[in-house]
Design a protein around this ligand. Structure first.
Ligand SMILES: [Zn+2]
Ligand SMILES: [Zn+2]
Length: 305
């Protein structure tokens, strides 16, 4: 899985950082693409990347502040112009349906693909054969959600030494043995997959949170995530301001990552007051608490290890 940060600023766009948007690319199935938030000009940002709007299959909105949704009608509409024909499901807080349907209706926009809109509540959202997604409630003045994406455990690798002990030479039969629980070979020999396969590969867990005050109580829900994407609108010394504006500081985000025993933390939604040297200062503040921290910037790509 790969994260592409398209917009990493807070509130209003600046020359350095556009407003919020983030893409999660699920590598194993030919570039399934999920978008998290869609601030103004997200589609312009996409133009500078290898992301293909027609590959977008799901869009998750954390909350309805303008810096997270003003790019949505444009992106949906352009996807149609660019030949996107497969359905898209949009998840977001109550009000997202009204916003999108009204924007499309009054601009006379007719999409050539099916758009499903689901207004969500906290808890389970959906699962398919490879992923499970749930929403958690945050604290941001107006309803705001975080999304926890869990990749299901995957089959282990075939063990060539075991197969060769059974007298099976490498070839197309390997794939057959991996694809089914029990394979009967041409010579009548029966191979049980569980006897020739290594341990399952643990699926990754990624948490992408919307804007929020520091919520220490989230540490259980976020326990052991591989990557936590958390907002850090302010420097550590601005705790009072962060509280007043329903945002978090760098230190608070790092503290949550540490308490949740996350493997990595990526900070985004950075106020435009921090640039150049002061970004380095934010990095130092975070690293003092949680070493594996990265401060995202526009077009930053994060490979989930
Ligand atoms: Zn915001
Ligand atoms: Zn907000």
């Amino acid at each position: 899985m790969e994260l592409f940060f398209l917009g990493t600023g807070s509130g209003v766009p600046s020359k350095e950082r556009n407003v919020s948007s983030l893409v999660l690319r699920l590598l194993e199935k030919s570039g399934r693409t999920w978008v998290f938030d869609c601030g103004e000009a997200t589609q312009h940002q996409i133009l500078s990347t290898s992301i293909r709007p027609r590959r977008i299959e799901k869009i998750f909105i954390t909350h309805l502040h303008g810096d997270h949704i003003y790019g949505l009608p444009g992106l949906l509409s352009s996807r149609s112009f660019q030949g996107g024909e497969t359905p898209v499901t949009l998840y977001g807080p109550t009000g997202i349906k009204d916003y999108v349907e009204t924007s499309l209706k009054i601009s006379g926009t007719r999409l050539k693909y099916q758009l499903y809109i689901e207004e969500i509540e906290e808890g389970f959202l959906f699962e398919d054969d490879a992923y499970h997604v749930e929403a958690i409630k945050l604290n941001h003045g107006l309803e705001s959600f975080g999304y926890i994406i869990k990749e299901k455990d995957k089959l282990g690798e075939l063990l060539p030494s075991r197969l060769s002990e059974l007298g099976i030479e490498p070839g197309p039969v390997y794939q057959k043995i991996k694809d089914q629980e029990k394979t009967t070979l041409d010579n009548g020999q029966v191979i049980l997959r569980k006897e020739v396969i290594g341990p399952p590969k643990k699926g990754k867990r990624v948490a992408i949170l919307g804007d929020t005050r520091y919520m220490p109580g989230l540490k259980e829900k976020l326990a052991n995530v591989d990557v936590l994407v958390h907002e850090a609108t302010f420097a550590s010394e601005e705790e009072e301001m962060a509280h007043d504006y329903f945002h978090s500081t760098v230190r608070q985000a790092a503290q949550l990552a540490k308490e949740a025993n996350a493997k990595e933390l990526v900070l985004t939604h950075i106020s435009s007051r921090y640039q150049g040297e002061s970004i380095k200062q934010l990095e130092r503040e975070a690293a003092a608490i949680f070493k594996e921290t990265t401060i995202a910037f526009d077009f930053y790509q994060h490979h989930i290890k």
